[in-house]
Design a protein around this ligand. Structure first.
Ligand code: WTA
Length: 633
């Protein structure tokens, strides 16, 4: 167990002060005492926000998998590291001990090597939530290959653009994946994607569903025979602190997704430290995060953070509604889950099903509940607190981002608790700032502004793969010497933060970040469509849903099938998660005189909040607004 617990409010305050007054001494001590290093650092922190350059623990050498696995073998070899719960409850769950994990990761790492993968090569992973997903992530890290996990709900074209963006040499996939009653043919999606990818030399295929797949000779290989032939010993490759550990794509407000690059040492230190303290993990606990490893939450708080702490981390293959809406609670009961971490959209969907699906289950093992991904509404918070936590489990409303690598603002249950809709106080070492419209920091309490961070923290992303300029512009140019999050927030009279939501063109639908630009690009591919604008509007379950305002080249081309065709295009280019809930065809979109679509107005119309649209007289075409309001859905 990692020895760096925060022990109550006073301890939090003392550590927070130290971390701000002397960050190098603070993080240096945490890092030194709690991890295995092959060589110490010469400098804890080096940074310059004007060039967007940050390095932590420079000069040190390590391998993160030795910290996740090897060092636990002596005392915890027989402890369950990964507890796998399959989609179908009839199939038995599988407990993978630290000893097993060591062997399986090493075998997999040797297979990667045998297929020519070397340190620094990029490996794409496109797998369902099965143990091989976590194992392949760790196998890459074992040999210093950079993993790029792509969520298995993304389409072939989203997959190929991510493979090409970082020039992956290999892809790891499966014949298919089980999701509820569905069986998804992942291999055929990969086959389609690879028609557009020249750099992939080999495809490793895990057998999961036994569905028929086509295998390209010399390129595609079933994984199991290769694993069987591989040695269970694989020396961990020595990595430098700042060597990239992984790339993970996140949507931006414009075009191409951003390949956020995370480095090794800082990410390790921060995810381990936050995991221990925010989830208050104790030796016998069974921790469960319901996210998919295709997202940052899964990277940091299913795989790395828990394993760095020698924890038991549960991985669930399925969905909350299969075979019925009691599935989550049945898993909690069966495995005596102690920490449960999910998203507001899941809480709302489950709350809607009523208490009949909760009551049959014994949830008394639970100690801490967590939420992440979007602001949690008050009603969902109370439902979670009343019916799942039964008023005895602190709720950690954790605010963070793909870019931040780890949790930034959150209650720490033994130090201070949460209150509905508040992520509360910054974690140790995190220095938030709220900014006004003039780019000035807003001091004091009871204020609202745009959320920035004014000092580096160990797990921040270091760059966007292949485009440092975009990294600098996106995150460090809006406000001088500050990292800009893209979120708005308020700070109450006690200094507690409440995140109010995105202030850019990213919309969070069911916890998934979706940039409006790529969706509009997909729609505009339709031969009959002139232009489109996507905005979000409140939705009971999804938090936000998508509303598309679309103009046709020729209004007479409007057909019954057009809406379906639009959603098909979106599914093809991005994935079904980005489908529009509402589509309104209009004769024009409100534009400024410089030709920019006024999304502000469309957003208000979609939200049915048209009483005060502000000054629209400066629009190029104010007359379209009334028609849009009249025909709005
Ligand atoms: C939003 C997920 C309110 C926020 C870890 C952020 C939240 C974006 C919360 C990042 C929260 C995440 N309260 N909003 N507790 N957690 N968000 O990159 O807008 O998938 O910028 O990382 O989700 O989403 P991402």
């Amino acid at each position: 167990m990692i020895k760096f617990e925060i022990k109550g409010l006073e301890d939090y305050q003392n550590n927070y002060s130290k971390s701000v007054q002397n960050p190098e001494a603070f993080w240096g001590a945490i890092a030194k005492e709690n991890f295995t290093w092959k060589r110490p650092w010469s400098k804890v922190l080096d940074w310059d926000f004007s060039s967007a350059k940050v390095s932590w623990f420079q000069g040190s050498e390590l391998n993160i998998t030795e910290n996740c696995i090897d060092r636990h073998l002596e005392n915890k070899g027989n402890k369950t590291a990964i507890l796998f719960e399959p989609n179908n409850p009839i199939e038995p769950s599988e407990a993978i001990t630290y000893n097993d994990l060591y062997k399986r990761v090493n075998r997999f790492a040797n297979v990667l090597k045998s297929k020519g993968i070397q340190k620094g090569d990029r490996v794409c992973i496109y797998l369902p939530m099965i143990p091989e997903l976590a194992i392949s992530v760790l196998a890459c890290a074992r040999i210093g290959a950079i993993h790029s996990v792509v969520f298995a709900g993304f389409s072939a074209s989203a997959l190929s653009s991510r493979i090409n963006d970082c020039d992956c040499k290999m892809i790891i996939t499966s014949d298919g994946g089980f999701r509820g009653s569905k069986n998804i043919d992942l291999k055929s999606i990969v086959d389609t994607a690879l028609l557009d990818c020249n750099g992939i030399e080999s495809v490793l295929v895990v057998k999961r569903t036994n569905s028929e797949v086509s295998m390209v000779s010399g390129r595609d290989f079933w994984l199991q025979p290769l694993l069987d032939a591989a040695s269970e010993v694989c020396e961990a490759t020595v990595m430098k602190a700042e060597d990239p550990l992984f790339i993970l794509y996140t949507s931006g407000s414009t075009g191409q997704p951003k390949g956020m690059v995370h480095s090794t040492a800082g990410y390790m230190v921060y995810t381990a430290y936050t995991f221990k303290n925010i989830f208050q993990y104790e030796a016998e606990d069974v921790y469960w995060c319901t996210a998919d490893i295709g997202w940052i939450t899964g990277h940091s708080y299913i795989v790395y953070g828990p394993l760095l702490n020698g924890a038991t981390t549960l991985m669930f293959e399925g969905v909350p509604s299969y075979p019925d809406y009691g599935r989550f609670w049945s898993i909690v009961e069966t495995h005596k889950v102690t920490q449960f971490y999910t998203a507001p959209t899941a809480i709302r969907a489950l709350a809607k099903e009523g208490l009949e699906v909760v009551k049959p289950y014994d949830l008394s093992s639970l100690k801490i509940l967590g939420t992440v991904g979007e602001p949690i509404n008050e009603e969902a918070w109370h439902w979670y607190n009343n019916h799942i936590g039964k008023h005895k489990c602190p709720i950690v409303d954790t605010w963070w981002q793909t870019e931040t690598g780890g949790i930034m603002i959150s209650p720490i249950p033994n130090s201070f608790e949460g209150k509905p809709t508040f992520a509360t106080l910054p974690f140790i070492g995190i220095q938030p700032a709220l900014m006004d419209e003039n780019g000035q920091e807003i001091e004091g309490n009871s204020v609202e502004g745009r959320l920035c961070v004014k000092f580096p923290w160990p797990s921040m992303a270091r760059t966007i793969w292949g485009n440092h300029q975009r990294y600098k512009e996106t995150y460090f140019s809006a406000y001088d010497q500050k990292y800009f999050t893209g979120d708005g927030a308020l700070r109450d009279e006690n200094g507690h933060y409440r995140i109010t939501g995105r202030v850019d063109d990213v919309i969070i639908v069911s916890g998934h970040n979706l940039g409006t630009a790529p969706i509009e690009d997909a729609i505009n591919e339709h031969i009959n469509i002139a232009e489109s604008a996507i905005v979000g509007y409140p939705h009971d379950i999804k938090g936000s849903a998508l509303y598309g305002f679309i103009t046709l080249k020729n209004p007479q081309d409007l057909s019954d099938s057009l809406k379906t065709e639009i959603n098909q295009l979106i599914s093809k280019h991005i994935g079904p998660i980005a489908k529009l809930d509402k589509i309104q065809f209009t004769l024009g979109l409100p534009k400024t005189r410089s030709g920019k679509i006024m999304r502000r107005i469309l957003r208000k119309i979609a939200c049915k909040d048209t009483s005060n649209l502000g000054d629209i007289s400066t629009l190029l075409n104010p007359e379209v607004v009334e028609a849009i309001i009249k025909n709005s859905i």
